[in-house]
Design a protein around this ligand. Structure first.
Ligand SMILES: Cc1ncc(COP(=O)(O)O)c(C=O)c1O
Length: 314
């Protein structure tokens, strides 16, 4: 993604052109990864662009900040207002957004309590794995890099420095020709993919893990569990092993960037029909119906851009 696609961003309370933003080389967050962020999407609906589960993303952003003792220097209402403004002022329909709060420059001592910077960026970005990935699935590998344990870092927080683990895993997977890395936790159970949660389907049941497996509690993961409930699909939330992975009828990954993407192969072993499985297809369609305003039961997940008053900090 190049800055030219980004247009206007919100930085420290002001809308500016993305290429006018200046960040010091002494930014604490650059040196130590001391930042917390969110990835969110806006989808085009019959009533214009709508931010999907924005209130939940803002809530998780504040929770991530709290774990690291950071107090985001704006109210949730101000940030919601600013998010709408970023999408509106850029004239975007479908777009991806980032909310970031970081320790700015000042001192570079590890404990420095520098002023906090905050930014909201948006740009058009389709699925991380493209339409082909969504339809035919991706090829994954079990990474030699383990997911760090929640006793080492708060895995339920979305903090910048924590992503070096994801980067190592996904680069290593790519170096061996795979699209995605599946990380085991330190206990040897499945944790998650580089930036997505894992779902398995076996004998008509949907299976996923939770924070006890050292994962980020994905908002897309929760969306899929809710959509499964609407459809009375039996669900199990429990630890998942490598054996579960290789004996699954279907596997799919969920995340704001990857949405709902099937896994067609793991380390050369074909999963199910070697493409998008039946339940994966059903839940993927349900997900896109909800994001695009076509599921009346799930209207409350959408915040229509330009209708800020409707937005609730739910
Ligand atoms: C490590 C990790 N796990 C899971 C997810 C999926 O989370 P969400 O569905 O909230 O985007 C993400 C993406 O944000 C992630 O970075």
């Amino acid at each position: 993604m190049s800055l030219k696609y980004m247009g206007k961003i919100w930085l420290n309370g002001r809308m500016i052109q993305a290429d006018e933003a200046r960040v010091s080389a002494a930014t604490h967050g650059l040196h130590y990864g001391t930042g917390v962020f969110e990835g969110t999407r806006s989808y085009m609906t019959g009533r214009g662009p709508a931010l999907f589960r924005l209130g939940d993303h803002i809530k998780r952003w504040f929770a991530s900040a709290r774990v690291y003792g950071m107090e985001i220097p704006y109210s949730r209402e101000q940030l919601i207002e600013a998010t709408h403004e970023v999408v509106e002022r850029n004239g975007f329909g479908d777009c991806y957004l980032r909310h970031l709060c970081f320790y700015d420059s000042g001192s570079l001592g590890i404990r420095a309590k520098n002023p906090l910077g905050a930014a909201i960026l948006a740009w058009p970005w389709s699925n991380q794995h493209g339409d082909k990935g969504l339809e035919h699935g991706v090829r994954a590998t079990v990474s030699p890099w383990r997911k760090f344990s929640s006793s080492m870092m708060p895995t339920t927080a979305k903090a910048s420095g924590q992503y070096l683990n994801s980067r190592l895993a996904v680069d290593e997977a790519a170096s061996r020709g795979f699209d995605e890395a599946i990380l085991l936790n330190v206990e040897g159970d499945l944790a998650e993919a580089s930036v997505a949660n894992i779902f398995l389907v076996r004998d008509g049941r949907l299976i996923t893990n939770d924070e006890r497996s050292s994962i980020l509690m994905g908002i897309t993961r929760n969306t899929i569990l809710e959509l499964a409930r609407d459809r009375r699909i039996p669900t199990e939330v429990r630890r998942m092993s490598l054996e579960d992975l290789f004996t699954a009828d279907e596997i799919f990954l969920t995340g704001t960037a990857s949405e709902v993407v099937p896994v067609r192969e793991v380390d050369g072993a074909r999963i199910g029909n070697g493409g998008r499985g039946e339940m994966t297809a059903e839940l993927q369609a349900a997900y896109f119906a909800a994001t695009h305003g076509l599921d009346a039961r799930r209207e409350d997940w959408l915040d229509y851009v330009g209708q800020r008053a409707v937005m609730a900090v739910r």
